[in-house]
Ligand binder design. Structure first.
Ligand code: PLP
Length: 377
């Protein structure tokens, strides 16, 4: 079977497993606000889906995204999820021979997009206590060179859950400007952070801010996100976008409704997932050899290190899969550090997390006994 068929069959199995507990993809399974569901029902019932949406997105949604970020003067280009914005930015801004700089770990797909247009990728390792699980701007300064065109910063970092300080963002912005490059500030997990600093507030011309409704609002299956940037940059991006016929109207209506109820609804989600993080931390602390290197996490997920126990992350993932619980092996994010950890997503019902932590001691034992190679994606 070809690789893409195997990968697809794997995810097809997952989405068709009733009652699967999704603790592996940083999706948000908290109960949606009724207004969000109603917006989708209304769109379907009124058959508002026969028409194309405006190419850059509903005006109210574009304004809502910019307001949510607090970046007046910037423009939003709505896309089929944040990933489509990342794809499009890489294809628009990179040429063969350009260099794309990011961290290790990072979110991998933009590296594939950069390579697809002939750019080279340079990764700065940030995993490990020696780096504090974060990007020291001095190391970015060493890594950028005359060919650097794009710096891709996932902040909060997926999978680590670390976030840049105001000083770090200031230094990163200065380095990118000095290099004559652009910064893609991937803020997909911004809403879960204890504090978060937007690079675009410091350099609105060289920063492209990536926005997603998949995580904070829980709309991953609907595919809606945006790129927010200087109007001149958006003019450039809007010249030949993949979704020139607009993104899903149903998804945009849901996103608009979500922004309208965000202040009322989201604090509960945030408190719930932070409580879930605490449950996981207590369970990890109870097993000598397991560790959570970044706690609390600024994302809706945590990293659990299992290498000190001699357990392969894939074996732990496979053990949980026997209980219909999906968690993610580190290798999904990084071949270099992936044998050290698993990632567990916690914006999920409390009962799922309770099942995860109750099983942890037994799963560790099960994984010890089954360290055979497993194919995962
Ligand atoms: C850092 C990062 N950026 C972007 C995405 C994709 O977001 P979307 O679902 O909006 O395409 C993800 C998904 O996991 C992610 O982790």
């Amino acid at each position: 079977m070809r690789a893409f068929e195997a990968r697809n069959a794997h995810f097809d199995r997952l989405v068709n497993t009733p009652d699967l507990k999704w603790l592996g993809q940083n999706t948000n399974h908290c109960k949606p606000h009724p207004a969000v569901v109603e917006a989708m029902v209304r769109c379907a019932r009124d058959e508002a889906f026969h028409v194309y949406a405006p190419p850059a997105g509903l005006e109210a949604l574009r304004a809502g995204i910019v307001a949510d970020l607090g970046l007046p003067g910037q423009a939003a280009l709505v896309s089929d999820g944040a990933v489509a914005s990342l794809y499009h930015a890489c294809h628009t801004l990179l040429r063969p021979g350009d260099e794309f700089v990011t961290t290790d770990p990072t979110w991998n797909w933009p590296m594939a997009f950069a390579r697809a247009v002939g750019a080279t990728v340079r990764q700065i390792p940030i995993y490990g206590p020696e780096h504090g699980y974060r990007l020291d701007p001095a190391r970015l300064a060493e890594a950028v060179g005359p060919k650097t065109k794009l710096v891709y910063l996932v902040d909060p970092n997926n999978p680590l859950g670390s976030v840049c300080t105001a000083d770090e963002i200031g230094a990163i912005v200065a380095i990118v400007r000095e290099a004559g490059a652009y910064l893609i500030h991937d803020c997909t997990y911004r809403h879960f952070a204890y504090e978060h600093h937007l690079a675009a507030a410091l350099d609105p011309e060289r920063t492209l801010t990536v926005y997603s409704f998949s995580k904070w609002l829980g709309l991953a299956g609907l595919r809606v996100g945006a790129m927010v940037a200087h109007p001149d940059m958006v003019e450039r991006l809007a010249a030949a976008p993949p979704n020139n016929l607009g993104s899903s109207l149903l998804a945009q209506r849901a996103a608009l409704a979500g922004l309208a109820v965000k202040d009322e609804w989201f604090p509960g989600v945030l408190a719930e997932q932070r409580g879930n993080q605490a449950l996981v931390k207590a369970a990890v602390d109870a097993i000598p050899g397991l560790a959570m290197p970044v706690y609390p996490s600024n994302g809706n997920f945590v990293v659990i290190e299992c290498d000190a126990l001699g357990i392969r992350p894939e074996a732990l993932v496979a053990a949980y899969a026997e209980h219909d619980i999906m968690i993610r092996q580190g290798a999904y994010h990084t071949p270099t550090f992936g044998d050290r950890f698993v990632k567990v997503s916690v914006s999920v019902p409390r009962a799922w997390v309770e099942e995860f932590v109750d099983l942890l001691p037994a799963m560790v034992e099960r994984a010890r006994g089954t360290n055979a190679p497993t194919t995962l994606f």
